[in-house]
Design a protein around this ligand. Structure first.
Ligand code: SDX
Length: 442
């Protein structure tokens, strides 16, 4: 029995009392309060006191950790990184600042920002032998499979930053992953189109460098379009971190066993690849192309509502947001800006997307289920307009999310209460039974 109940005779007001009607026993569990958001019932002693597990497949009602990084209010459509709202960061900050903020907890001053950018810039090259790994993939390999493989392989090259108990090594690994992901991602694209790898340049900013490594060719000078670079940097900000989503939870669980940071981030990339998660941006583009014209949007919405049809409106709905994803709003504005800058007057896919959004937001099925466009709904249209193939969309999501993953990983490792993640289960399999020799199995 917890102290709260035993000392006062009646439960204190910061406890949650529940009764097991099978035995008539009552239990009082502590309630923990955060800075923002719902209180949590602390069930860490629940099994020890009740001999019962809690049960929550998909973790719809479960807090897996304490964190100071990101807060989401799904009902209000609010997203804060270390207290700063995503729309203000997208408007006034840049990705390097957001990386520093997520990693260190505060926005950098001028000197701190200069030093951080200098560090990241000077970690952007990869070991030259890593290029040989690309040769092992087919040219048509999905770039996410390359990103997953190469990221895990980084552990074989950077042995001086594998000791997770050493804060300095943790920081070096964090910097290396943030700095090298654009280089690895751009190399995956170059490999897929049969062009030579382009080295990072120390005179370019993060997003500019990535665009140059992706689209420059040795045979002519490459000029970065500043509007496109700004849109790229903003897209990275919008994807940087998002609380305990599936891929971040994967990184935390992998890290809880003591696995090295490169292996943990490779695990996060694998999880993000799924179409229900980061793979949705690629799936949205494929869906818009499959719809083909505004006239077919109604039919697609009908299919998305049909329980017997596995088709879902990709880029719609979210486990947490039951309002417009604030990132989608920024992305929508950025979409018009980039298409305008690139002189794309009427992008048919954008027209289809806007018609889809208009119809869905008026349809009872989506309204009742609070299904709104999410971060993936518009991002693909921008990326396609910039010139990325659809297969690179989730790679860009992973590139941007690397800072969130590694910041969450670092927070977990530095949490004194950290222990290996080991969920239990409700077993509904066979009772114990004796082995039946083959000859007697009929
Ligand atoms: C990301 O978690 C994060 O933070 C993720 C992310 C991040 O930054 O890390 O925000 C990034 O992953 C965004 C989501 C990208 N995925 C998609 O766009 C794929 C399409 N969306 C769906 O697969 C779905 O909405 C999920 C997976 C995003 C959320 O699913 P949930 O929370 O498990 O909700 P659910 O499947 O229980 O759906 C509730 C109801 C169901 O209908 P009923 O059974 O109640 O009748 O809504 C329906 C669902 O069938 N529904 C949809 C739908 N999404 C949910 N119906 C049609 N189209 C959809 N897109």
């Amino acid at each position: 029995m917890s102290e709260a109940a035993s000392s006062a005779g009646k439960p204190a007001n910061n406890t949650f009392t529940l009764t097991d009607n099978r035995s008539g026993k009552s239990y009082s569990l502590p309630v923990l309060k955060g800075t923002l958001g719902p209180d949590v019932v602390d069930v860490r002693k629940f099994y020890g006191e009740t001999d019962c597990f809690t049960f929550d497949p998909g973790f719809t009602s479960t807090g897996s950790c304490e964190s100071k990084l990101t807060f989401i209010d799904g009902d209000k459509g609010v997203l804060l990184h270390r207290g700063y709202s995503i729309d203000e960061l997208a408007e006034h900050s840049d990705f390097m600042e957001v990386c520093y903020l997520l990693l260190n907890g505060e926005l950098p001053n001028r000197a701190e920002k200069y030093e951080f950018e200098h560090i990241i810039t000077h970690h952007s090259m990869v070991h030259e032998q890593l290029t040989f790994f690309y040769r092992g993939f087919r040219r048509d390999a999905h770039p996410m499979s390359i990103l997953c493989g190469i990221t895990g392989a980084l552990a074989a090259f950077y042995g001086d930053s594998l000791d997770i108990t050493d804060p300095h090594q943790r920081l070096i690994a964090s910097h290396r992953l943030i700095a090298k992901m654009p280089t690895i991602a751009a190399m995956a694209y170059k490999y897929s189109v049969g062009q030579p790898f382009v080295y990072p340049r120390n005179d370019l900013k993060y997003a500019e460098n990535f665009l140059a490594m992706t689209f420059a060719v040795p045979s002519e000078p490459y000029h970065v379009n500043p509007v496109v670079a700004k849109a790229m940097d903003r897209l990275f900000i919008l994807h940087a971190d998002h609380e305990q989503n599936a891929s971040t939870s994967t990184v935390r669980l992998a890290g809880s066993s003591g696995a090295n940071p490169y292996a943990c981030i490779a695990a996060g990339i694998a999880s993000l690849w799924g179409p229900a998660h980061g793979g949705a941006n690629e799936a949205v583009l494929n869906m818009l192309q499959e719809i083909g014209s505004k006239s077919r949007v109604g039919e697609c919405v009908k299919r998305a509502k049909d329980k017997n049809d596995p088709f879902r409106l990709m880029g719609f709905g979210h486990r947490v947001y039951k309002n417009y994803d604030p990132r989608a709003q920024v992305m929508r504005r950025s979409c018009h800006e980039v298409l305008g800058e690139l002189g794309i007057k009427n992008d048919p896919l954008l027209d289809i997307a806007m018609e889809l959004e208009r119809i869905a937001l008026e349809d009872d099925y989506f309204v009742e289920r609070k299904l709104y466009p999410n971060v993936d709904f518009y991002s693909g249209i921008i990326l396609k307009a910039i010139g990325f193939p659809t297969s690179m969309f989730t790679v860009l999501f992973a590139l941007a999310r690397t800072v969130g993953w590694i910041s969450q990983w670092k927070e977990m490792i530095e949490d004194p209460q950290q222990k290996i993640g080991r969920p239990r289960q409700l077993y509904t399999g066979a009772q114990r039974r004796p082995y039946v020799p083959l000859a007697m199995r009929g």
